[in-house]
Design a protein around this ligand. Structure first.
Ligand code: SIN
Length: 490
């Protein structure tokens, strides 16, 4: 039997270290606010390096027993955690909406998405095979076994407060690692609730530790993990500049890193595409979480022959999207996460318009709805000199670029330091094969806008980072290979 909690019971405001809820050592707190209203939801622990260190101490003490636990016992704990997440999906979904702003249906969907990684890695825990290496010399046996890498530090973003931390913690625990974590300062409450459920599921004290810190204190807290040689791995989802900082600062202790960084995804619509399907796919990919997703299309390239028709079809559908508070059951887009985010969106649109873009729909803030709302926007006549062509907008803005031939589209799509997701629509099988191979990205959507799945490898190339989350490959990032060579066998 799994237990169902009220929302108020899921809201925790202390750090979770060594199986206990504890205040930050300095006694300080910071406010977590509702992005739609600015109201304070909770005052959470303002942690610093001492708290980060205490979390590592606990994770180090817990590691030997968790490493040596039978994989099927680790799997059982993860399955119980999964069951608790599913049982509490409504309230967790409400908590996500409250602190992050996404509509409830999307918040609940995120819970099920995050839970799917937990179930996946629960099963994978029992399938960590090694190899017997065919004999090379008489009397010598050689094998390769996989071992947990050690203590993992998980640093997670605000856009998916549950799914991103779940898909880091689950493989780490499945592999036999212990974890110290810090969720984003905007959205720590969902992560704290998740840890509470993990404890209830039977994760032993010290195996999973979570601290919260505001933007100001995050650097000293994380720096403690970067410098600590006991922390063997960093797994991070967030911006490319922060990813580079983590890589640089952890070089002193040569940690293994998984970095899921910025996107700037291209979405290409060829003349031979099914235009209705392309519009539907673009809406699904672009407006998920109000455009605040690393895999959201940021640049939409449309071939000249279908440009005007596609722009019309798209603008009609985008103008009909319902922007409303997360509590409105009809809401499709909620508020953006904070004032910085919405200022960036407004700056990108203003810059594009000043450089000749035409607003087909949207193009403005919606203060009448509350804080941080921006109208879903389509801009025609986008060009490469605009800021939104080189930087992720991370909001509900679709710029349409026009192109003439396939080679130009591929060149433009790849003309970015990033390479996370890319998408294209075409009905020509030879073109599909060609374009899929030439796009420089870790993920390619072909006539499909919804790509996320726990069974698929998620991750990028170029400055979008390295490492893969989910799928049979996702566990490798938390394991190291040990070669055993035994002599004297004959
Ligand atoms: C992300 O925005 O980083 C993750 C999106 C996803 O899991 O599809």
């Amino acid at each position: 039997m799994t237990k169902r909690y009220e929302l108020s019971e899921l809201i925790r405001s202390d750090n979770f270290i060594d199986g206990k809820w504890v205040a930050a050592s300095g006694g300080k707190r910071f406010a977590v606010t509702n992005p739609a209203t600015g109201e304070t939801i909770a005052q959470v622990a303002e942690s610093d390096a001492a708290d980060a260190h205490a979390a590592t101490d606990a994770a180090a003490r817990a590691f030997p027993a968790w490493r040596d636990a039978l994989p099927k016992d680790r799997a059982s704990v993860l399955h119980r955690w999964h069951a608790l997440m599913v049982e509490n999906a409504d309230e967790l979904g409400r908590l996500i909406s409250l602190e992050q702003g996404k509509p409830f249906a999307e918040g609940r969907g995120e819970v099920m998405y995050g839970a799917s990684y937990v179930a996946w890695f629960a099963d994978e825990a029992t399938r960590i095979y090694g190899d017997i290496i065919p004999q090379q010399q008489r009397g010598k046996g050689m094998s390769a076994v996989k071992e947990p890498i050690g203590i993992v530090a998980a640093i997670t973003p605000w856009n998916f407060p549950l799914a991103m931390i779940a898909r880091k913690i689950a493989p780490a625990l499945a592999a036999g690692c212990t974890v110290v974590g810090k969720p984003a300062e905007d959205t720590p409450l969902t992560a704290l609730a998740l840890v509470m459920l993990a404890h209830e599921a039977g994760v032993p004290p010290g195996v999973l530790n979570l601290i919260s810190a505001s933007r100001e204190n995050a650097v000293p807290a994380v720096a403690d993990w970067l410098a600590d040689s006991r922390v063997r791995k960093i797994t991070f989802t967030g911006s490319t500049p922060v990813g580079k900082y983590l890589a640089r600062e952890s070089a002193g202790t040569l940690k293994k890193l998984s970095l899921e960084l910025g996107g700037n995804a291209p979405f290409i619509v060829f003349d031979d595409a099914d235009l209705d399907a392309a519009v539907t796919g673009l809406l699904a990919a672009k407006f998920r979480n109000g455009g605040q997703t690393c895999v959201c299309p940021n640049r939409v390239y449309v071939q000249a022959g279908v440009y005007e028709r596609f722009a019309d079809l798209l603008s009609t559908r985008v103008a009909a999207l319902k922007v409303a508070p997360a509590t409105d059951t009809a809401a499709q887009i909620g508020p953006m996460i904070n004032a910085r985010a919405i200022d960036k969106i407004a700056r990108h649109v203003e810059d594009a318009v000043n450089r000749g873009a035409r607003v087909l729909t949207g193009g403005k803030r919606l203060p009448e709805l509350g804080l941080n709302y921006y109208a879903p926007t389509v801009l025609a006549d986008a060009t490469p000199d605009m800021q939104l062509s080189c930087e992720e907008t991370f909001g509900p803005v679709v710029p349409l670029f026009r192109f003439d031939d396939e080679a130009d589209a591929i060149r433009a799509a790849n003309d970015t330091p990033f390479g996370l997701a890319s998408y294209f629509y075409s009905q020509d099988v030879r073109r599909i094969d060609r374009v899929a191979r030439r796009l420089e990205a870790g993920i390619v959507g072909i006539n499909e806008g919804a790509l996320a799945s726990e069974a698929a490898p998620f991750g990028g190339v170029k400055e979008s980072g390295y490492g893969r989350e989910g799928s049979k490959y996702g566990l490798d990032d938390y394991l190291s290979i040990k070669y055993l060579c035994q002599g004297g066998l004959e």
